[in-house]
Write a protein that binds this ligand. Structure first.
Ligand code: SF4
Ligand code: SF4
Ligand code: FES
Length: 227
């Protein structure tokens, strides 16, 4: 067993489990719960001080093993500026985002956001790209963001980098050329080509649906191998 601290209370959990599993073992309820358990959804974000380290690190509780002496802090909801941004409005979106988020100009380049990021993104770097209104660079640099919010919780200038970056990626996606195949498939869906199939699928029991998905997956893999 290993012991760890949460809000000044010492708990115990078996070795080799993740922080989320350790909290569950100890009967502690997470403020956000956890969802994917695969490092994608960001719901299990936490701030931790590892034994022997002087700095607090941001981690994903579902991807990090509990260790003896770990000091854990679950991050509750953190209030952020989330502006109403319409990607369809004409004009350059970069300057509009800068107007909607004037706090961007208060970035002091401290790098606290980088140190908090559990997926090791260069958050300070893409904040600089946001200030320069270089949205393609923001989209490239932030595409692995899991929206955990730890960067916002640590920023001394009140910036929520992940919120602005998400809107930048949406603007970029909206302005990017559409795939002709995607357009074709959407047209087919609108024209009702899959209505009958969807109606049949909706009548399947969960196990039958799982088998059906597994079969389709196998077919897709075989077809990808052939091409
Ligand atoms: S934590 Fe805030 S102020 Fe510091 S570099 Fe990141 S965005 Fe800038
Ligand atoms: S950029 Fe911010 S919200 Fe995105 S993963 Fe890193 S810390 Fe979390
Ligand atoms: S539960 Fe989704 S990232 Fe941890």
């Amino acid at each position: 067993m290993v012991s760890f601290t949460l809000l000044s209370r010492v708990h115990a959990a078996p070795e080799g489990v993740t922080i989320i599993q350790a909290l569950e073992y100890a009967g502690v309820r997470s403020p956000h719960g956890s969802s994917c358990r695969q490092g994608f959804c960001g719901a299990c974000a936490m701030l931790c001080r590892f034994p022997g380290e002087t700095e607090v690190r941001g981690v994903l509780g579902c991807q990090t093993l509990i260790v003896e002496g770990l000091d854990v802090c679950q991050v509750p909801h953190f209030p952020v500026n989330r502006a109403d941004f319409d990607v369809t409005r004409p004009g350059e979106p970069g300057p509009v985002l800068k107007q909607l988020y004037p706090e961007l100009d208060g970035c002091i380049h401290c790098g606290a956001c980088n140190r908090a990021c559990p997926v090791t993104l260069d958050v300070r770097g893409f904040v600089a790209d946001l200030i320069a209104a270089d949205l393609p660079a923001v989209a490239r640099a932030s595409d692995r963001c899991v929206s955990c919010g730890l960067c916002a919780a640590r920023c001394p200038s009140g910036i929520a980098p992940y919120v602005v970056a998400l809107q930048a990626r949406r603007a970029e996606a909206y302005r990017s050329p559409r795939s002709p195949m995607l357009r074709e498939r959407c047209d087919e869906i609108r024209a009702g080509r899959y209505d009958e199939t969807l109606a049949e699928l909706s009548l399947l029991a969960p196990e039958e649906l799982k088998d059906c998905c597994a079969e389709l997956r196998e077919r897709a893999i075989a077809s990808a191998r052939r091409s």
